[in-house]
Design a protein around this ligand. Structure first.
Ligand code: ASP
Length: 324
């Protein structure tokens, strides 16, 4: 039997409503031991050992839990008996954790992040199926070499592509620019294409004190004051959730140019749901970086890691954003 380590962080997958049809529920209620007992009846073809890292609503996910989660994953991956890791997580910030781990873990064993949109006692709970699917993916040697994977709604996504696009319903995740990279059910798994990261180590060393990067959200009427209000003494970088293809009003642009000249990297992403933000000729003059396919919250994670590794020059930052 394939041995997998399950690291639990909470979320709706471990949530309880107290009623099969109620609207309200609490995320992060079921402990990992109880959860593994619950899935024990599914007949999954893997031996699961669990560890509770946190039991939170993923709105509260951040450095504190990441600093416990990352070494726990590394320990599991180092164990020759462990074939892969499954992480249970709330869906609200799942894409940020998955992308951060993708950039800081080696790609030699499967690491799969999974959540649910309905609490465990709700009618139509999707968590058991998603979990069974995640176990199937993590048990497949072909899952290695694809970076951190996210399993939701019978689909497999690469961490870099995935994002939550809906507040409700079980089809809440999509990928961009690649849609899903595989289809999974508890009984089957089909990959679209071959692994692309075999044998590669982590892109970045782990950093337990990520620098402060703020996301400033553009809107009609956004201006210099809107930028300056959000940039504090400790801010080391800025991501703009720009309108359209990472655009912003002139007054805000001028404020950001001034900050870029003071040495704060400025990355232009888009507040739209999906699409590329490509480099434009003015970026050179402005000292800006184009986020390409990354949404603002993922652009923030990448910028934090780059800054933590001493990469502060906008051309070098752009190069890393350009790399898929
Ligand atoms: N608020 C929940 C969380 O992110 C939502 C979910 O897991 O679906 O923890």
């Amino acid at each position: 039997m394939t041995k997998l380590t399950v690291l639990a962080t909470g979320g709706t997958i471990a949530g309880i409503a107290g009623s099969a049809i109620g609207a309200d529920y609490r995320a992060g209620e079921i402990g990992i031991e109880d959860y593994l007992e619950k899935v024990g009846g599914l007949g999954l073809e893997a031996e699961l050992s669990g560890r509770q890292i946190a039991n939170i609503d993923s709105a509260d996910m951040g450095p504190e839990v990441w600093n416990a989660l990352h070494p726990a994953i590394c320990d599991a991956l180092k164990d020759p008996e462990c074939a892969g890791v499954v992480i249970t997580h709330g869906t609200d910030t799942l894409e940020e954790t998955a992308f951060l781990l993708d950039l800081t873990l080696p790609a030699d064993k499967p690491v799969v992040v999974v959540g649910a949109m309905r609490p465990a006692d709700a009618v139509g709970y999707d968590g058991l199926r998603n979990f069974a699917n995640a176990v199937r993916v993590a048990s497949d040697p072909e899952a290695a070499g694809r970076g951190v994977l996210v399993v939701m709604g019978d689909r497999v996504f690469a961490a870099r592509d995935v994002r939550k696009v809906r507040t409700r319903g079980t089809e809440a995740f999509r990928g961009f620019p690649r849609e899903s990279i595989g289809l999974v059910t508890p009984a089957s798994l089909e990959w679209f294409g071959a692994p692309w990261r075999q044998g590669r180590g982590a892109a970045f060393d782990w950093c337990d004190a990520l620098p402060e990067v703020v996301i400033v959200h553009a809107y009609a009427g956004f201006d210099r004051a809107g930028v300056e209000r959000q940039v504090g003494e400790n801010t080391r970088g800025i991501v703009v959730a720009g309108v359209g293809e990472g655009n912003m009003p002139e007054s805000a642009r001028q404020a950001l140019v001034a900050l870029a000249r003071r040495g704060l990297p400025v990355v232009r992403a888009s507040r739209t749901d999906e699409g590329l933000v490509d480099r434009e000729p003015e970026d050179e003059e402005n000292g800006f970086v184009a986020a390409r396919a990354l949404n603002p919250q993922k652009a923030r994670i990448l910028l934090q890691l780059l800054l933590a590794n001493g990469i502060t020059d906008s051309a070098a930052i752009q190069q890393r954003f350009d790399r898929r």
